[in-house]
Design a binder for this molecule. Structure first.
Ligand SMILES: [Zn+2]
Ligand SMILES: [Zn+2]
Length: 399
């Protein structure tokens, strides 16, 4: 059950009155029936009430706030007084009780919590766990800080002794009637008052702090348990000597501890630091989460708007790109057409020019050829006439 290595588990003595379910049921039946047999007196009712308050104080100020949580310091002799008064409530020994309670805080409302109404049902969290044989022995590893004292180990083992002494005292005060009311009825009321903190204080009441468990603050439970009903406060900061954190959260155990501190019986009472009182407030968490969800919603809205705007921009850009692409295409086609027409014009002009040049050259060649022919004929004629003249001159006159 603990993370540390487990040493020897000391088995509690099987005292039927305190450990077994049979004894537990029997004392209930007797406490219901016997008052009708022995009758009632103011003395016996006052005795029952006084023993209820004193022993409830032994559980809350002693077993719980001192042994389980070390929320204040005291002397060794008063530590034993606390153990004795607590043990007279018949809730087994201080080492057993405080050790298991440390488990409750370590594993609150998880499967390892020994009395979680959330895990094992209301009835088990109320009375099932304390009468179940699986939690019978004391695991000293859970509480080495107090297990080192032999007198505490002794009272943890013989935890029925204070109750036996108390029963004798009740008999001395008011005979069997005193026993029935003081040791019977008062004890049963004390049990259920204490057990309500394990069961009801995790089910019924309000939550000031966002603890990881189901603990609640309940003024009625605080009244009947002398301050233990501020259980949500307690789970928020368990090492405090006061469980009522504010002046209106009455905490009778704490008032008596303050009084005992004044006369020097106890000392170094621990209190929650100021920042702890303001941390993890349920309302603040709600407000923060509301703000957060508001901010998230508005951020999401902005994101959607931004996404839409980006989509529109992309669409319009695509439109423009398409338009530009179309314009470029048209211009290119036009340019190509005009280029082609210019080229064909040029080609035609060149062809015409070449033709003209060729024709002119051919004309000139023909003319030249004709002129040369004429000149050659003239020359031939001139040569022939010269030859004839020469021949005439050379022929002697015959007449
Ligand atoms: Zn609790
Ligand atoms: Zn506690």
């Amino acid at each position: 059950m603990s993370d540390t290595p487990r040493p020897t588990v000391v088995k509690a003595r099987p005292i039927w009155l305190q450990t077994s379910l049979v004894g537990f049921v029997l004392i209930h039946v007797l406490s219901l029936a016997l008052p009708f047999v022995v009758g009632v007196s103011a003395k016996s009712v006052a005795l029952a009430f006084a023993l209820y308050v004193i022993r409830m104080w032994g559980i809350t100020a002693g077993y719980h706030r001192y042994f389980a949580h070390r929320s204040y310091k005291t002397s060794r002799w008063f530590q034993f007084v606390l153990a004795w008064v607590g043990a007279s409530s018949v809730q087994k020994g201080p080492l057993w009780w405080a050790g298991l309670h440390r488990i409750h805080h370590r594993w609150s409302d998880t499967p390892r919590d020994i009395h979680s109404p959330k895990q094992r049902g209301f009835l088990y969290s109320h009375v099932g766990w304390i009468t179940a044989p699986d939690h019978d022995g004391t695991d000293l590893a859970l509480i080495p800080d107090f297990a080192k004292y032999p007198e505490l180990r002794w009272i943890d083992r013989f935890h029925w002794v204070p109750f036996a002494a108390l029963t004798a005292l009740c008999y001395a005060i008011d005979g069997w009637r005193g026993v029935v009311w003081g040791a019977g009825v008062s004890t049963v009321f004390g049990w259920h008052g204490t057990f309500f903190i394990n069961s009801l204080a995790h089910v019924w009441g309000s939550r000031r702090y966002e603890t990881t468990d189901t603990s609640r603050n309940n003024p009625l439970l605080a009244l009947i348990t002398l301050g233990e009903g501020w259980h949500n406060n307690h789970h928020h900061y368990m090492n405090s000597a006061n469980q009522g954190f504010f002046w209106w959260e009455f905490d009778i155990s704490y008032y008596t501890l303050r009084a005992l501190a004044l006369v020097g019986v106890v000392r170094d009472l621990r209190h929650p630091p100021a920042h702890v009182l303001r941390e993890k407030l349920v309302g603040a968490a709600n407000a923060a989460s509301a703000t957060l969800s508001g901010a998230r919603a508005s951020a999401e809205l902005k994101l959607i708007e931004a996404r839409t705007a980006v989509g529109h921009a992309v669409e319009s850009a695509e439109l423009r790109i398409n338009e530009a692409r179309a314009a470029v295409g048209t211009a290119a086609t036009e340019a190509r057409a005009s280029l082609e027409s210019a080229a064909s014009d040029a080609r035609a002009a060149v062809g015409t020019a070449v033709d003209n040049v060729t024709n002119a050259a051919e004309t000139r060649l023909t003319e030249a050829r004709t002129a040369a022919g004429h000149r050659m004929a003239e020359a031939r004629d001139a040569v022939e006439s010269a030859v004839e003249s020469a021949v005439d001159a050379a022929t002697p006159a015959k007449n």
